[in-house]
Write a protein that binds this ligand. Structure first.
Ligand code: V47
Ligand code: SF4
Length: 398
């Protein structure tokens, strides 16, 4: 473990502003930083400083371990009743009539395609349409669990749930309880965008509010489900909007402890109504990962979605607070490729992902949804790989 003195040396401590010194002292003493501290970091802290502090927290909690999960995605529809300005779905559909709406059989056909694959999770996400209502998902969850009981169902977001519970005239708690009894295991982090109404009303004016999003997660946590949270950053929001977003998540996490992972999602501007908004730089992506790792002290994991930010940025993110990389197998999630994601063909084999992690001196572990170890790849040598091959290793400061 790096000593505090050595970390201060790496921070160039004596040359820091008083504010940056105080924030560094708090982080090194494992104390919580405030809202104002986080805004100050966004406005004034440079990349190296943030990397040292975020990596200190990351290594304290997870050492060199970097998690990944083998899952597959189902997008039941790409049509949507909502009109989020950043979304590349709705506009393309209207213009090119490229919409699809699956039925339960169609979704089961996708599940069955993976019968012989060692996947542990199905991640379900997509648009919102009237036909895919409470009974539609209840039927699908039941059939999926009957077909493959060990497959973890990480399904839908409060955007869908708010819509279908309202139509079914059922409370958030009762709706989540019912779907849990049908086989739903956990919830992904989508639909959060930016919570503050000043931004939310401009980019996602007609879907669930921040309060509704947070309440549905709270009910899921009460039922013992683990969930994730995202933040769509790098568009029209100010830094303090990002901090406000994370503050609301940190507060709920203090109350319930049900969040597992925070996933910052970089806004991509292709083929959507916000195409005129420039995308932020890779440096800003790394700063954002680091500040979220520092601020969200009660979140166990920070995840990078490599298909969205590129393989190289994902590797760098592992030194800026990230301990989890999403997406293996054939992750063909259309929502990102349509929006201009770095990887237009976002498929990576397990071997490629393991090597990507090892190349930056980290220790790859395949996990299940709840972070139980499935396979430890530290010593695994792939067929035809040179066992003497040396991976780059980070220098250790004692
Ligand atoms: O809520 C839509 C985002 C999210 C764009 O929980 C965009 O494990 C960038 O939440 N540019 C859905 N992002 C995906 C999601 C997710 C992804 C990976 C893992 C997990 C998890 C959850 O996609 C939406 C929205 O914030 N999105 N359009 C865009 N143009
Ligand atoms: Fe619909 Fe989700 Fe796209 Fe918004 S982001 S329009 S809710 S699919």
């Amino acid at each position: 473990m790096k000593s505090t003195e050595n970390l201060r040396f790496l921070l160039n401590y004596e040359r820091l502003t008083q504010e940056l010194k105080q924030i560094a002292d708090k982080v090194l003493a494992e104390e919580r930083i405030t809202f104002d501290d986080a805004v100050y970091l966004y406005e004034h802290a440079e990349l190296g400083y943030l990397g040292v502090l975020a990596n200190f927290i990351r290594e304290k909690r997870h050492g060199d371990v970097t998690y990944f999960n083998r899952n597959f995605h189902i997008e039941p529809t790409n049509v949507c009743v909502y009109d989020c300005k950043f979304c590349s779905y709705s506009r393309l559909i209207k213009e090119r009539a490229e919409g699809w709406e699956m039925d339960v059989d169609g979704m089961m056909d996708i599940v069955k395609k993976y019968d012989q694959e060692p996947v542990t999770e199905v991640h379900i996400t997509g648009g919102v349409v009237p036909k895919q209502n409470l009974e539609f998902y209840a039927t699908f969850f039941k059939r999926c669990k009957t077909h493959r009981p060990d497959l973890h169902i990480k399904g839908l977001t409060p955007v869908e749930y708010y819509y279908i519970f309202k139509k079914a005239k059922i409370s958030h708690y009762d709706g989540m309880k019912y779907l849990q009894s049908c086989g739903l295991d956990s919830m992904p982090g989508g639909g959060a965008e930016i919570f503050h109404p000043e931004v939310r009303e401009k980019i996602a004016h007609d879907k669930c509010t921040a309060e509704q999003w947070l309440d549905i997660h709270e009910q899921a946590h009460k039922l013992g489900m683990n969930t994730n949270a995202t933040m769509l950053y790098g568009h029209i929001e100010a830094y303090w909007h990002r901090v406000d977003h994370m503050q609301r998540l940190r507060d709920l996490q203090d109350k319930t402890g049900g969040f597992q992972t925070f996933i910052p999602l970089k806004f991509r501007n292709k083929d959507n109504q916000m195409h005129y908004v420039a995308e932020v730089s890779v440096v800003e992506d790394l700063r954002n990962y680091a500040i979220s790792r520092i601020f969200l002290d009660n979140f166990p994991h920070i995840k990078a979605y490599w298909a969205m930010i590129s393989r190289n940025t994902a590797q760098m993110a592992l030194s800026f607070g990230v301990d989890d990389i999403d997406g293996t197998l054939d992750d063909t999630t259309k929502i990102y490729s349509m929006a201009g994601a770095e990887e237009q063909n976002p498929a990576m084999s397990t071997r490629e992902l393991v090597e990507l992690i090892k190349h930056v001196g980290r220790h790859p572990i395949e996990r299940d949804t709840l972070y139980h170890v499935v396979t430890d790849y530290k010593e695994v040598v792939f067929e035809d790989e040179n066992p003497k091959k040396q991976y780059y290793s980070l220098p250790v400061v004692n």
